[in-house]
Design a protein around this ligand. Structure first.
Ligand code: SF4
Ligand code: SF4
Length: 297
């Protein structure tokens, strides 16, 4: 599948082309491969969504995440070196990269830490995701737009807070705004392709049509957060970091970086920590939006 990026068209046509270009890159890039294992794809076909960069949700994130969390307008403005007039409209392009089925299967069988495939997908997958961010920025720039991937910008920063870490740009919050899905007790985002994914985004001074958000609150897709019997994720967590009240980021981090520190010394493992993901596999929300029991809404 190749996309003719030079084709003329209005912004709506460009939006459609961009979706195809992202899908095409995921399908064809040699970086989307578990090159140290069996060269199979790390991610399956992506979901692509769009948010209005001035959506009031982004102001709410300053209260939910922290005052330091940038709005798309701030994220674009901070990345532009030369003077530019404030754009009338701006958009956030957001994508979900679903983890390959074979990798989810391998992680389902684990109980104490990540499978080799999950670990390699965490690190090689994020390298691929970075290349996708650069690719999307480059495509938009070739059309004369100003675009930035906040996660790759020099201003991107992670803060250590009393209840765990938070950054000045959250890919999951961008994805929520772009209609991809809702949060869960684990803090992961449950999408139409489930919770086992990585996500990315780019901010651009284009007036793309925003994607609908087919949910009314930020925990709508999570069974356990809505009074249903579930919490399978809590039973899967070796750190006891998940409960009816949510996700204890400090306990999770201690498992990842202290208790599992030897995990990456296993043959074939890579990166600065194992990766875990046990709460994202072998759970009802792993690969789709979980169904509520019959009789529920
Ligand atoms: S396993 Fe159940 S409770 Fe846990 S995040 Fe998924 S839907 Fe929510
Ligand atoms: S909450 Fe953290 S430690 Fe627990 S299963 Fe999920 S990633 Fe692993």
């Amino acid at each position: 599948m190749s996309v003719d990026w030079s084709a003329e068209g209005d912004v709506k046509e460009l939006q459609g082309l961009l979706v195809e270009a992202i899908k095409s890159y995921v399908a064809e890039s040699p970086l989307n491969r578990l090159s140290k294992i069996d060269n199979t794809p790390i991610f399956e076909e992506p979901l692509v969504g769009f948010a209005d960069g001035d959506d009031p949700l982004f102001d709410q994130y300053k209260k939910v995440v922290g005052e330091f969390h940038l709005t798309p307008r701030q994220a674009l403005d901070a990345a532009v070196v030369t003077e530019m007039a404030a754009p009338d409209r701006l958009s956030v392009v957001s994508w979900i990269l679903p983890i390959a089925g074979k990798t989810k299967q391998a992680n389902r069988e684990m109980t104490e830490g990540p499978s080799l495939r999950w670990n390699n997908s965490r690190f090689q997958g994020e390298e691929f995701n970075e290349s996708l961010r650069r690719h999307v920025v480059s495509l938009l720039e070739r059309r004369g737009y100003i675009a930035v991937a906040p996660m790759l910008a020099s201003y991107f920063k992670v803060y250590d807070l009393p209840n765990g870490r938070a950054s000045n740009w959250s890919e999951r919050h961008a994805a929520y705004a772009a209609g991809h899905g809702t949060f869960s007790l684990t803090d992961g985002l449950i999408t139409a392709r489930g919770i086992a994914h990585r996500c990315g985004s780019v901010v651009v001074n284009a007036a793309f049509v925003p994607s609908p958000r087919p949910y009314s609150h930020h925990l709508e897709y999570c069974l356990g957060a809505n009074g249903e019997k579930c919490l399978v994720c809590a039973g899967r967590c070796p750190a006891d970091a998940i409960g009816p009240q949510g996700h204890d980021k400090l306990k999770c981090r201690e498992l990842l970086f202290v208790k599992q520190q030897d995990w990456v010394k296993k043959p074939g493992y890579m990166g600065s920590y194992g990766g875990c993901g046990l709460c994202q596999t072998g759970v009802p929300c792993e690969s789709g939006i979980p169904r509520r029991p019959q009789g529920g809404e």
